[in-house]
Design a protein around this ligand. Sequence first.
Ligand code: SAH
Ligand code: SF4
Length: 361
Amino acid sequence: MKQSIYGLTFEQLTSWLEEHGEKKFRSKQVWDWLYQKRVTEFSQMKNVNQSCIDLLDEHFTIETLTEEIKQESQDGTIKFLFKLDDGNVIETVLMRFNYGLSVCVTTQVGCNIGCSFCASGILRKSRDLTSGEIVEQIMQVQHHLDKQGKDERVSHIVVMGIGEPFDNYDNLMDFLNVVNDKKGLSIGARHITVSTSGIAPKMYEFADEGIQVNLALSIHAPNNELRTQIMKINRAYPLEKLMPAIDYYLEKTNRRITFEYILLRDVNDHKKEAEELAALLKDKRHLSYVNLIPYNPVADHPYERSEKEAILTFYQTLMDHGIKCGVRTEHGTDIDAACGQLRSKQIEKEKARKKKKMQTN
Ligand code: SAH
Ligand code: SF4
């Protein structure tokens, strides 16, 4: 199968072209067509010689995702469901903030981490996305914006869609390289956030990359007992492995970490847990920010959203202990915008349709 041209970093494309007998400067031209003029066919690359276009056509594709569903919410959030070359579906979300347009990308088809509250976790991972498929999600959204003709650009990226980015590390790094490159989309590293469920060894590696990309850690509970109950990954990387990895990251980068904390009613949302979390983060509070996430109920999951009161108390308790925090504002709740929800609904529908078909046959 041909590979997506979006998967190659500038350096990789340059050496590929050289290896195939093309001049070095071609990569600059090709990138300009891909990321500035944003064409969708090689034949549209006007100043590129025909032999090079034929070569690219023979080995690469530009568009590999097809849009299956596009849902627009009242608040301007747009949820895209894309079909991959192999028939799998993934989702990508565009959110509007006062500081810009942010895209939430998917990194894997399903997720093996299997957190008990997450819609993506029920469907096990069937494969990693390629770097090209991750970049193309941004490009598909950008092409959508281009078509609207309002000269809008994707300015921020959150790697918080389906999948565990640190379980697809090399493709994640190529993706970050491509979208951050000044010759391409040039999305500032400080405008990009990668969220992990806490794969400790990869957090050390990420700290050593020497890049300015933000890190978010899904902590969700202040002690091992509770954390293991809702995130089984905590067995492999419990807090005593996670906290040193965080300390290493902070020391190495001096960059703030965002701790994500999903509030599950009567599970992890008591004042007691807020105090415990504050104690856990006490020595690093100058470089910590806690993002409190109101839970988006997922069908067949045992959890409920916390009461407003509980959310406020949790927030206030952290603030009283000098921990900076905020409650995540919600986007597109009317369109299943929670991680993996649209996709899992679509898969359920497909299953039901097949079952019905079998019964009628
Ligand atoms: N696997 C990575 C990144 C993807 S999940 C991680 O776990 O960090 C990104 C975020 O979406 C996580 O913080 C997770 O807690 C949140 N999330 C998952 N399901 C959710 C739900 N039903 N409601 C609200 N947030 C959810
Ligand atoms: Fe995977 Fe993140 Fe969902 Fe956990 S919350 S199952 S790590 S996508």
